[in-house]
Design a protein around this ligand. Structure first.
Ligand SMILES: [Zn+2]
Length: 501
């Protein structure tokens, strides 16, 4: 049959492209984990070459032919085939708008810019990174002109990570979120209850932290035979299909939570990727529904489960086996320490409550920058001003301020909102999970997350990118994204912890 033949032909073409993408991904992984510092620039050349080849494949006239040949059969196609064609068309139309030489030059710039960011962060000096960032921003602005935009230039970038998202929609969501966070935060400030987390600081041997991280990772359902855990400056997850999913973390010997919760967070991303259906291989759909849906899973494991009272009651006796320091700590003390709220400077270490404010700051800055209302030279002052205004803290240096995240170095503008949206999606899914299974958190006390992971596998992970984020959240929860669930979750949890109403 003609259709089946054509689909097989397309899958084989996409399969070839996928091999190239995996090789590129492996180089990125190596650059962020193992590469000798002197090898950075020559490796960037390898990346440039391979990315050029990948670009050629996805903008090839062959793709246009596939689209032309397959479109008349749309009504005969399965859901997966239809979505595969739609994604192919969208990607093709978008990518071919950028001239190949521009794209290749941009990829080269980004790998050097990433290395410059690392150097700048080590040296605590924004000036080292600034010239690279200026170029990255210029490229992004140029790309937006190629891609086109309607009202707000930043919408074009948002849409890349969350299909259909606009600043108009996000302004509303974030204003509701900000008000909700501030309401809870103000109550906490008035609370007479003072929590103690001193015992989370001290000396925690990195090897023991690693053993504990690996133990917990398997416990929450990450398959170590289809993945691994390494170390990098900035924890991340990358994958090559669903049988090789690589996570990284970063051990700090002076405190307990950072590496463990980074590992659980990345583990959430990893569990998602490992459980995407094999049927989606070579379709372009064997990936998450969106970056925000991805973040909903990582932050679900990290916070909703990882920092729940149930999980803490499982974790504490385990932690005691690894670290003597905890021998007198009670469950309440441990749970409260894990959920200690304090406005702070570093996003990745922010508590669950104030985390969203870090994202809103970046969102507001990116909007201004991409629309040309501020320049890279003004970024640092604006950053510091907003931290003072929203969180009441001021960075003492660049490393704990403007240089803390790597995202801008590789041009990931428009990505940050995914983290906050992930919290919202996650809480909304949690609400449905509890409605369908009122006692499911009981099992978490025994460290048994199997039922929860199974629920997420069926509802979310398995489907990869078959559904758009909008379709997926409706399928899972019966309604569109609503910030109310996350705000209610925060109130429920933190009012109890801090003894306020
Ligand atoms: Zn993440």
């Amino acid at each position: 049959m003609e259709l089946k033949y054509k689909i097989d032909e397309l899958k084989s073409y996409l399969g070839q492209h996928e091999k190239l993408v995996q090789a590129i991904g492996l180089i990125y992984w190596d650059m962020r984990t193992n590469i000798p510092s002197k090898a950075g620039e020559s490796r960037a050349k390898v990346l440039e070459y391979l990315s050029g080849e990948s670009f050629k494949m996805i903008t090839s006239p062959k793709i246009e032919e596939f689209i032309k040949d397959l479109t008349p059969y749309k009504n005969e196609m399965s859901l997966i085939e239809k979505r595969m064609l739609e994604e192919l068309e969208r990607n093709y139309n978008e990518t071919k708008k950028i001239p190949e030489d521009k794209y290749v030059a941009y990829v080269g710039l980004c790998s050097n810019s990433e290395l410059a960011w690392e150097k700048a962060k080590d040296a605590n000096d924004f000036e080292i990174f600034k010239p690279y960032l200026e170029k990255v921003v210029e490229f992004q602005k140029e790309f937006i002109e190629y891609w086109g935009y309607k009202d707000d230039k930043y919408d074009t970038l948002l849409d890349k990570y969350e299909l259909g998202l606009t600043t108009e929609k996000l302004d509303k969501i974030f204003s509701e979120l900000r008000d909700g966070i501030l309401e809870v935060l103000n109550k906490i400030k008035e609370s007479k209850k003072k929590l103690n987390r001193d015992f989370l600081y001290g000396h925690f041997d990195a090897n023991k932290q690693k053993d504990l991280s690996l133990y917990i990772l398997e416990k929450i359902g990450f398959d170590m035979e289809a993945g691994r855990l390494d170390v990098s400056v900035h924890p991340f997850t990358t994958n090559f299909g669903n049988k090789d999913v690589r996570l990284t973390t970063n051990y700090h010997e002076d405190e307990f939570t950072s590496a463990l919760f980074s590992t659980i967070h990345e583990g959430g991303h990893g569990i998602y990727e490992q459980n995407i259906s094999d049927d989606l291989e070579c379709t372009g759909l064997q990936t998450g529904a969106s970056m925000a849906i991805h973040e909903s899973q990582s932050r679900f494991y990290e916070n909703i489960l990882g920092r729940s009272k149930g999980f803490c009651s499982y974790l504490l006796p385990v932690a005691k086996k690894y670290f003597e320091d905890f021998k007198d700590v009670t469950l309440d003390e441990f749970y409260e320490a894990m959920n200690y709220v304090e406005t702070s400077l570093i996003r990745t270490e922010a508590d669950e409550l104030t985390y969203g404010l870090h994202i809103i700051i970046r969102y507001e800055i990116e909007k201004e920058l991409i629309n040309g209302r501020i320049s890279v030279s003004e970024l640092k002052d604006l950053w510091n001003k907003k931290y003072k205004e929203y969180l009441g803290v001021e960075p003492k240096n660049d490393a704990e301020g403007i240089l803390q995240d790597m995202h801008w170095s590789d041009g990931s503008f428009g990505y940050f909102p995914s983290y906050a949206l992930g919290n919202l999606y996650g809480a909304q899914m949690f609400n449905t999970l509890l409605k369908e299974n009122p006692n499911i958190m009981e099992e978490v006390k025994n460290g048994n997350l199997t039922e929860i992971t199974k629920w997420l596998n069926e509802k979310v992970h398995f489907h990869g990118a078959i559904y758009t984020p909008e379709e997926l959240i409706k399928r899972v929860t019966g309604e569109e994204l609503n910030p109310k669930y996350f705000i209610d979750y925060l109130k429920n949890k933190y009012y109890k912890i801090y003894d306020v109403e």
